[in-house]
Design a protein around this ligand. Structure first.
Ligand code: DP6
Length: 360
């Protein structure tokens, strides 16, 4: 029996992955760029018991018998409620990881073992489900890494190599992407770009940032992001979108390398409106916005009018991410509590990407 515990943060895109060139491989229509988070993450565990046949078992951790378990040692960990379709999707992905392992390992002079038997997988998030924090990004990243570590003939050697090699991290990210696209940006940090098959860490002169997330709603998404990727292409605003997003991604890299906060804030604002406008104008229009989202955006229009000291974005959900300099975070929290006191606020700093916590 071998068990691997991993941790992978979520990430928040400033230039969005929205629309795919190849839906089976999750190849994006355009380049995207995100900030990796730190504490808002998934902790995952994969356990392999060798046997005659390969099978996958999802084990929800919210079992009192597991209370002393390592996964629940994370104070606010919540077990995602996976329906059968989600369990099947993850099982198929873990199968893909096992099948891809020999070629991936060989590329790094490592050996893969044959994994046959029962694979038990578990995961817990440090944030509520459907909170606009991309749980598929963190959970696919954490489970891909855990499964792949088990596939290594020498798991400890794989661990050391993963920590030391950005090429290996990128190869694992490529594999994870095939399960859920945005997960490929959770293997590095704080800033990661993704175009086609390739992810890369983006040099930055920005001060440390904190992501303040106003939780407007935590109801499950009415339209899944996979469905949104399809529908956006029917919007009249899709024309020129790929070129605009790629340009924005290049511009953002330049702004990051200069530490140009205001230009980043303006760019992220435009990009957020553009992605949501695609949702609002496609053939079967939909919106993730709630009245609370609009109230916050209207307030931000006034608040940022003279001073762009926050980078605002929204993902496929109603919640508003406000990225501020960490040194300003306490003041921002006071200001947000004053205006939106009744609303829960998540706070997290930038992070460095997925890691292997334990092999036993
Ligand atoms: C709105 O990565 O969830 O968060 O590849 O189908 O799993 P799949 O989609 P997913 O899409 C995330 C879209 C987004 C924007 C982003 O993170 O770039």
């Amino acid at each position: 029996m071998i068990r691997v515990l991993t941790r992978a943060p979520s990430n928040i895109a400033l230039v969005k992955y929205m629309g795919k060139d190849d839906a089976r491989a999750n190849l994006p229509a355009n380049g995207s760029l995100s900030m990796t988070l730190d504490g808002l993450c998934t902790v995952a565990e994969v356990e392999w018991n060798p046997g005659a046949e390969l099978s996958f078992v999802w084990k929800p951790v919210a079992d009192p018998a597991l209370e002393s378990d390592k996964l629940t040692a994370f104070p606010t960990a919540r077990v995602p409620l996976l329906n059968q379709a989600a369990v099947d999707r993850m099982s198929r992905h873990l199968m893909r990881v096992i099948e891809s392992a020999p070629a991936l390992m060989a590329g790094f002079g490592l050996e893969a073992r044959s994994v046959v038997g029962t694979v038990v997988f578990r995961a817990a998030n440090t944030f509520p489900a459907s909170s606009g924090i991309a749980s598929s990004a963190s959970s696919f990243a954490a489970l891909t890494l855990a499964m792949l570590t088990i596939c290594a003939e020498d798991a400890k050697a794989f661990h050391a190599r993963f920590d030391a090699s950005s090429e290996l991290k990128q190869a694992v990210a490529r594999l994870s992407r095939q399960g859920s696209g945005s997960s490929c940006r959770s293997f590095d940090g704080p800033f990661v770009s993704w175009r086609g098959e390739t992810t890369a860490s983006v040099p930055s002169k920005m001060p440390e940032l904190t992501d303040l997330v106003l939780l407007v709603g935590t109801a499950p998404k009415s339209v899944s992001s996979s469905e949104a990727h399809l529908r956006v292409k029917t919007s009249p605003l899709w024309q020129g979108r790929v070129e605009r997003a790629n340009r924005r991604s290049d511009d953002l890299k330049r702004h990051l390398s200069r530490g140009d906060f205001e230009s980043i804030a303006r760019l992220a604002w435009d990009e957020m409106w553009e992605m949501h406008s695609l949702f609002h104008t496609c053939a079967e229009p939909f919106t993730y916005w709630e009245p609370g989202s609009v109230t916050i955006l209207k307030w931000l229009v006034q608040r940022l009018k003279d001073r762009w000291d926050a980078i605002v974005t929204m993902d496929a959900g109603p919640n508003v991410h406000i990225l501020v300099r960490s040194e300003d975070a306490a003041n921002w929290k006071t200001e947000l509590a004053h205006h939106f006191g009744g609303m829960p606020l998540l706070s997290d700093t930038q992070g460095a990407g997925a890691s292997i916590l334990e092999i036993s």
